[in-house]
Write a protein that binds this ligand. Sequence first.
Ligand SMILES: Cc1cc2nc3c(=O)[nH]c(=O)nc-3n(C[C@H](O)[C@H](O)[C@H](O)COP(=O)(O)O)c2cc1C
Length: 145
Amino acid sequence: MSLYQLVYYSRNAIAGDASVFEAEVDAILAASRRNNEAAGITGALLFNAGVFAQVLEGPLAAVEATFERIQQDERHGDVSLLALEPIAQRSFSNWAMGFVGHSAENAQRFAAIGLTRGFDPARLGGHKMHAILRDLTLEEEAAAA
Ligand SMILES: Cc1cc2nc3c(=O)[nH]c(=O)nc-3n(C[C@H](O)[C@H](O)[C@H](O)COP(=O)(O)O)c2cc1C
């Protein structure tokens, strides 16, 4: 089975305060984990400074069908593809969908790698975005272990 990886970013379109946003992200993650596990997809989602960035990895047809559905979602907009390419192995094999979001602790880590308000995800590119998500998710994994 050949594996593919897709990386995109988008702009948050969830209106309301922090509690509305948190509830929507919880719903997104619950649906993602359920659907992705069934479809053989793994990956991670990052949210910072109004921007979502996500890596999806798995069989090409499943990755494409999932991305198709995600693009229709009105909770975000300006969905921009950064990369879609074959990979030798998964980077997020333990994560049906990991999440790295904004928190007091993450604020410093995000600042240290340049993910500050107004950062330009298009300039980072797919490989850099993938590396950022992988490093942050692995840190979460180590912290949880
Ligand atoms: C930023 C963002 C990321 C998402 N990621 C996924 C995902 O990885 N997998 C998934 O199935 N749905 C994802 N969704 C949700 C889909 O757009 C859609 O709501 C969901 O797949 C519908 O699932 P359901 O029919 O089981 O409720 C995401 C939505 C947003 C806004």
